[in-house]
Design a binder for this molecule. Structure first.
Ligand code: PAF
Length: 286
């Protein structure tokens, strides 16, 4: 497994691969089974696999957790070695954003609701670094997790709008046995918070059960989720949403016949903010 720190090294690596298909898994490190599932999928679908590990400062707001974001590079590299990854790119900030760096990639409407409304600079940071990684690696496919549903929608929009010539592959959310979605931020939870944090999954499953019984009132779906979340004293709801999966626009009242819905939420446990979602298919209409 090649460990590369500079863009020039990545370009040499890519050239040395000739016409081989390349799967890229962009990460911020502190890898968990969710990342490794994406790596395995990339391994199965491409001749060559690259992983980037870079805690991108541009996607953190001034009051967010950049400085305390968990890191364990030695463990990450050991895990990636076991998965047969060909190359790991670990740039520093100067390599990604030299002092005269001036550009940013902005995706407009779809970045405005949900995460974008609470984290106004977040998605520009994500699209800028992801666009750079796509240009640096020229991958055949790039792999993202459905847990960051809005990130997936934003990256897809960027790829369409700016004609990046690659496929975006989305892996399902990987969960603990009790339903908590895997996230590097779970590490911040106290024992009590960790036990309570299953409420995100419980709230989503409950609303999903209502959907499967034919509930199409978006207010009722949001209220089902909110009631369960608010019953947990350690949880503080940031938002709950029932949105159009294509535009991420919030539904008001009845969801149109045949349409699907993205149910999503962000919940604080003290300073730790967790997100989760479930995508409901319109085809399941009863
Ligand atoms: O999902 C993440 O870990 C990050 O947002 C990403 C895609 C690696 C960009 O920094």
């Amino acid at each position: 497994m090649r460990i590369l720190h500079t863009i020039a090294e990545v370009r040499d690596f890519r050239r040395s691969q000739g016409q081989a298909t390349l799967g890229l898994v962009p990460t911020m490190g502190f890898l968990h089974e969710g990342h490794l599932a994406l790596v395995r999928q990339a391994r199965a679908e491409n001749e060559s696999v690259a992983v980037s590990i870079y805690v991108n400062p541009k996607q953190f707001g001034p009051t967010e957790d950049l400085s305390r974001y968990p890191r364990d590079l030695a463990r990450d590299l050991a895990l990636l070695g076991e998965e047969g990854v060909d190359c790991v790119f670990i740039p520093d900030n100067e390599e990604m954003y030299p002092t005269d760096f001036q550009s940013g990639v902005v995706v407009k409407e779809i970045t405005q609701p949900l995460e974008g409304a609470r984290r106004p600079t977040h998605f520009e940071g994500v699209t800028t670094v992801v666009a750079k990684l796509f240009n640096i690696f020229q991958p055949t496919r790039a792999y993202f997790g459905q847990k960051d549903a809005q990130q997936v929608a934003v990256v897809r929009q960027m790829v369409r709008d700016l004609n990046f010539g690659l496929g975006i592959v989305v892996g399902p959310t990987v969960r603990e046995a009790d339903g908590l979605a895997l996230s590097s931020r779970n590490k911040y939870l106290t024992v009590e918070q960790r036990a309570t944090a299953t409420v995100l999954h419980r709230a989503l499953r409950s609303a999903e059960a209502h959907w499967q019984s034919g509930e199409r009132d978006s207010d009722a779906l949001r209220s089902t989720m909110r009631q369960l979340l608010e019953a947990e004293p350690l949880a503080r709801v940031d938002y709950v949403s029932a949105a159009d999966p294509a535009t991420l626009g919030e539904y008001a009242g009845l969801i149109p016949p045949g349409a699907g819905a993205l149910l999503s939420m962000a919940v604080f446990f003290d300073r730790t903010r967790l997100i989760d979602n479930v995508l409901l298919s319109g085809d399941a209409t009863t």
